[in-house]
Design a protein around this ligand. Structure first.
Ligand SMILES: [Zn+2]
Ligand SMILES: [Zn+2]
Length: 294
């Protein structure tokens, strides 16, 4: 995602940030109104780590304990709002963006303090306090910051496997499969487990989530991920194929084919679209280096 920039009236104080805003909205509280001398203030929140000041350092006015309002010491333009309540976030004013047309507000907060002569008819939700919008924003964030895969992939693998085993496996009939099938299947299960052990624990170490219905916060591209973009699904496929063969179930082996189609399009397809949108060139570069399966 490209950087977005903004600056004060005289241009001495400027800022930039990268990546999506945490939220965008209008604030009608009295402090913002007085601070910006406007009927209300259009604000956006971004992670503190994604933002930086690029020109002259802004001056800071502590408007209440723990609340810092920055402004240009030369021309007086309000620039940013920070509070100890949200130490990881900084708020900028949409009107000081270089391209304010791209601002997409989602709500009004502190609407109870809205001045009577501001005629607001934009259809956006209105909250009397900021807390209500926070709840909404949190929900929205957690709703959209993931691949949109809601069925756990292990379940997608397990159901056809169990159905196949129940249908025609020697195991389901209370017997053991032929020794040669048990050995061949066991070998495939071992390969699958090795892939899972080499990949799954790395998510926790990299500080990102393994579940596709939670946000991905980092791209892992080395180790086993330098050979396959999906070693976990590959490992699960090997384990399932191994169990099907060890169980002497032809049906379970055949059912693995539609199962992999679902994994490829329902799971991996969504994950790739999500990661490309979120990480951009970093992920496209990884996709060009490492194949999807093997
Ligand atoms: Zn200025
Ligand atoms: Zn406010």
């Amino acid at each position: 995602m490209s950087k977005r920039r903004g600056h004060c009236l005289c241009g001495q104080v400027s800022f930039e940030y990268e990546g999506p805003e945490n939220w965008c909205g209008h604030c009608h509280c009295e402090s913002c109104r007085r601070n910006t001398s406007s009927a209300f203030t259009s604000v956006l929140g971004v992670p503190r780590t994604a933002a930086s000041f690029t020109g002259r350092k802004p001056s800071v006015y502590v408007s209440s304990p723990g609340v810092r309002r920055s402004f240009c010491g030369n021309c007086g333009t309000p620039i940013a709002y920070e509070t100890d309540q949200y130490p990881d976030e900084i708020h900028f004013y949409a009107a000081s963006l270089e391209d304010p047309a791209n601002f997409r507000p989602d709500f009004h907060v502190h609407f109870a303090e809205c001045v009577s002569w501001a005629d607001i008819n934009d259809g956006l939700p209105r909250y009397d306090h900021s807390g209500d919008a926070e709840i909404m924003t949190d929900e929205k964030q957690s709703q959209k910051d993931h691949a949109g895969v809601r069925v756990p992939p292990p379940v997608i693998f397990l159901l056809p496997l169990l159905a196949g085993l129940a249908y025609d496996s020697a195991w389901a009939m209370g017997a053991l499969a032929a020794v040669v099938w048990m050995l061949a299947g066991g070998f495939l299960v071992a390969i699958g487990l090795a892939l899972l052990i080499a990949s799954a624990p790395r998510h926790k170490r990299a500080g990102t989530n393994i579940e596709p219905w939670k946000p991905t916060t980092a791209i892992i591209d080395d180790g086993i991920y330098g050979y396959s973009r999906n070693p976990i699904y590959l490992g699960m496929a090997f384990v399932c194929a191994g169990i099907a063969i060890a169980g002497g179930s032809f049906a379970a082996l055949v059912l693995l084919v539609p199962c992999l189609v679902v994994i490829r399009f329902y799971v991996i397809g969504r994950e790739e679209a999500y990661l490309e949108a979120k990480f951009g060139d970093e992920y496209r570069d990884y996709m060009s280096r490492v194949r999807r399966w093997i």
